[in-house]
Design a binder for this molecule. Structure first.
Ligand code: NAI
Ligand code: MG
Length: 490
């Protein structure tokens, strides 16, 4: 299984150190941690393990770049040009970056190439175009005054990202921050630091000035927490688990940092009997199993209308049985391993609970192979709303199927969750589709499609799925402060 397919060149690994003020340096403590290949469980590289001391140096470098460096004086169009340049450099190295992403994360190379990388490039270009279009308003006020607003960079942005879409999360965070004129201290996920470090190298090559982007790899409770607590950081943008966001909120309270959170979900995917059932089945399959089920917006509660339930489930069983698991560097592979042992154990724990609570395991339920963190695509039927597999975010290839009878029931059940990230509705009845789109409490609703992302379309969560929005023009709000200037005309 670990045989490397000829057409995929193994990527080179250049950057394993912290990037601080334009210099690549080991951690102050001299410590390193291992990043592993989840397909083989072998160590890929030793990476600098940053902690509070490294974060402090990085924050100072970011502050210096913001206030004393060329970045703060650079005109906005020039910032945009540098972002375009970065996107071009990534595009030139697309195949190698995709292979590096696959090596570190385990996602199939076909996805890294066809999904992650193109979305990364698109996101950076989208925000490159925005850099010189971030402007305030002139506001008619009472009296002899002239009032206008300016949109200024929020300052030094601390960015903490997860491992499920390592490069894409970098793009979602850097794009709006750099367009707005902020400087950055980023902590990549400890499971997947390599592509973030490579992107930082390309940012240097693109000419983004020293200190504008600083990277401190390391663990959450050490490096991550130090970044959140640091008084020199103006805002934290975080993507990950809601429990981590709760800790971050507390750690950020003394300095009242601005916070944006993109957290998890238990997104309802609702299939009505009047839908195009083949398209819906493909959407349900893709909406959950894509990226090994490690998606914040995974359609993990699949509600199927009673009338078509059995026939629909048959389609899903067929697709699961045909799904190709294996070496993620093989372009034919559709599903790779989970990212690490901890995620593997968590998912297997939920599969056990599902069986114990009386759900019917229709496909999968077991480990695949004897090396790497592979889990068979798992489908549970006869799931009830109160079961753990219907309530908790599993973040793995486990789909729970629930039945429903009518529209009123489905709105109530779809919203019966602490989450509110995404939802989908499959029907040919457009009135019903729009009524549900309005009634479901979620940041994104897909109608007759799933996982359609675009750099221009805002993304984020209601309820415990997050705070604020990323992407689109809205995504710039997270990185700007509005200043009101009033001039007496007398
Ligand atoms: P996590 O939320 O612990 O990790 C995400 C990032 O936060 C990592 O960079 C981590 O080092 C950092 N972090 C952890 N503790 C921190 C702290 N105290 N202060 C500052 N930063 C901290 O998520 P983890 O442990 O990797 O995965 C656990 C579960 O979270 C998953 O099973 C999944 O359910 C969910 N998750 C959701 C994601 C999403 O896209 N919404 C992404 C990753 C995980
Ligand atoms: Mg964690």
């Amino acid at each position: 299984m670990a045989t490397l397919v000829e057409s995929t060149k193994l990527p080179r690994i250049h950057q394993t150190e912290c990037l601080i003020g334009g210099r690549w340096t080991p951690a102050v403590s001299g410590k390193t941690f291992e990043t592993i290949n989840p397909a083989t469980e072998e160590v890929i590289a030793q990476v600098a393990e940053g902690d509070a001391a490294d974060i402090d140096l990085a924050v100072k470098a970011a502050r210096h770049a913001l206030e004393q460096g060329p970045w703060g004086r650079m005109d906005a169009r020039e910032r945009g040009r540098l972002l375009y340049k970065l996107a071009d450099l990534i595009e030139e190295e697309l195949n190698e970056l995709a292979a590096l992403e696959t090596l570190d994360n385990g996602k199939p190379i076909r996805d890294s190439r066809a999904a992650d990388l193109p979305l990364v490039i698109d996101c950076l270009r989208y925000y490159a175009g925005f850099a010189d279009k971030i402007h305030g308003q002139t506001i008619p006020v009472r009296g002899e005054y002239f009032t206008y607003t300016r949109r200024e960079p929020v300052g030094v942005a601390g960015q903490i990202i997860p491992w499920n879409f390592p490069m894409l999360m970098v793009a979602w965070k850097w794009g709006p921050a750099l367009a707005a004129g902020c400087t950055i201290v980023m902590k990549p996920a400890e499971q997947t630091p390599l592509t973030c470090l490579r992107m930082a190298r390309l940012a240097q090559k693109a000419g983004i000035p020293d200190g504008v982007i600083n990277i401190v790899p390391g663990y959450g409770p050490t490096a991550g927490a130090a970044l959140v607590k640091h008084p020199g950081v103006d805002k934290i943008a975080f993507t990950g688990e809601y429990r981590t966001a709760q800790i971050i909120m507390q750690d950020a309270a003394p300095t009242l940092k601005r916070l944006t959170f993109e957290l998890g979900g238990k997104s309802p995917n609702v299939v009505f009997a009047d839908a195009d059932l083949d398209a819906a089945a493909m959407g349900a399959h893709f909406g959950l199993y894509f990226n090994q089920g490690q998606c914040c917006c995974a359609g993990s509660r699949l509600f199927i209308e009673d009338k078509v339930h059995d026939k629909f489930v048959d389609k899903l069983v067929g697709m699961n049985k045909a799904r190709k698991l294996g070496d993620p560097l093989d372009p034919a592979t559709e599903q790779g391993p989970q990212v690490d042992q901890a995620q593997f154990d968590k998912i297997m724990g939920y599969i056990d609970r599902g069986k114990k609570e009386g759900a019917k395991c229709l496909t999968g339920g077991k480990r695949h192979g004897d090396r790497g963190y592979f889990i068979e695509p798992t489908l549970f039927g006869e799931v009830r709303d109160e079961m753990a597999i219907a309530k908790d975010e599993i973040f793995g290839p486990v789909l729970s199927v629930l039945r429903f009878k009518d529209v009123d029931e489905i709105v109530r059940r779809a919203n019966n969750t602490t989450y509110g990230l995404a939802a989908a509705v499959w029907t040919r009845d457009i009135a019903k589709a729009h009524r549900l789109a309005a009634a479901i409490k979620a940041g994104t609703v897909w109608i007759n499609c799933y996982d359609v992302f675009d750099a221009a379309a805002p993304f984020g969560g209601f309820k415990m799925s997050g705070m604020g929005r990323e992407l689109g023009e809205k995504g710039l709000d997270a990185y700007t402060e509005t200043k009101t200037v009033t001039v007496s005309l007398n």
